[in-house]
Design a protein around this ligand. Structure first.
Ligand SMILES: [Zn+2]
Length: 265
């Protein structure tokens, strides 16, 4: 069964239609959905989603695009939440120098603080990395964590291997489905299969068949997996099995949390 390793199911775009979206995803073989928080408000939203949908798991962290909104005690709140709740990772964290470089130092400071928290709680990280790959790698070498996922990966082959050596998987989704995305396709085609996880990043990055304005939801992961299988010349069943295992390897808490929730029923 498929795992959508990155989906913002709590996003406003989904506007209380999560029931339908999760059901549709299940109907398309998407068994689990990983929902990373992006800011303080979304901590409670993603935790509530898990209460409602046992197949949705979450990560807790501050996304680099929301860093300017941080309040003084927010990092302390994150620490308390990591202690109290059951995230599968610290995320979505990272660096984004595409949107702005003006707060570069602050972005780095908050990223490092969150890497340290991941280390303290022995959690992997889910990372957003845009025009900042070398800076992210530099910080990961300085403040090692137990791996995780570099989501929507679009770096060089060499940078991809640097992440893999640090214990990371690389996330591929809708971006690779565009005809002009030859670089991402080359990465998706030639990187070691055990280093790849699949994601929709819904509602962002709609795959080519929806068009840039299309409504992306986790059910699209099935077709993304089919596209990926064709790209690699593999059969869909192996892609589903291998990417499933890769996601569990990157986020081992999924197994633990899903076993314990089964016991409750
Ligand atoms: Zn994201």
């Amino acid at each position: 069964m498929l795992i959508d390793s990155h989906c913002h199911l709590d996003a406003l775009e989904f506007n209380q239609e999560q029931d339908v979206i999760v059901k549709l995803a299940l109907d398309h073989g998407v068994e689990k959905i990983i929902v990373p928080a992006v800011n303080r408000k979304s901590f409670d939203d993603v935790i509530n989603l898990r209460k409602k949908f046992p197949n949705c798991l979450y990560a807790l962290g501050f996304h680099p695009m929301y860093i300017n909104d941080l309040k003084e005690d927010d990092l302390y709140t994150l620490e308390t939440y990591l202690k109290t709740y059951e995230p599968v990772a610290v995320g979505e964290i990272g660096l984004d120098f595409f949107v702005t470089k003006d707060n570069k130092l602050l972005q780095e400071e908050i990223f490092v603080a969150q890497l340290k928290l991941a280390n303290t709680f022995d959690l992997p990280v889910i990372m957003h990395v845009r025009q900042a790959i070398d800076d992210v790698l530099k910080n990961l070498r300085r403040y090692p964590v137990k791996g995780g996922i570099a989501h929507a990966f679009n770096g060089s082959m060499q940078q991809a291997h640097a992440f893999i050596e640090l214990g990371f998987k690389l996330g591929f989704g809708g971006a690779m489905t565009y005809t002009r995305a030859t670089h991402i396709q080359a990465l998706a085609k030639s990187l070691p299969i055990e280093s790849i996880v699949l994601e929709t990043d819904a509602p962002d990055i709609p795959p080519s068949w929806l068009g840039h304005e299309g409504r992306n939801t986790p059910k699209e992961l099935k077709q993304i997996a089919t596209f990926f299988a064709e790209l690699r010349g593999m059969n869909l069943t192996s892609v589903i099995e291998i990417s499933h295992q890769n996601t569990l390897d990157a986020l081992p808490k999924i197994v633990q949390l899903c076993t314990s929730s089964k016991k409750l029923h």
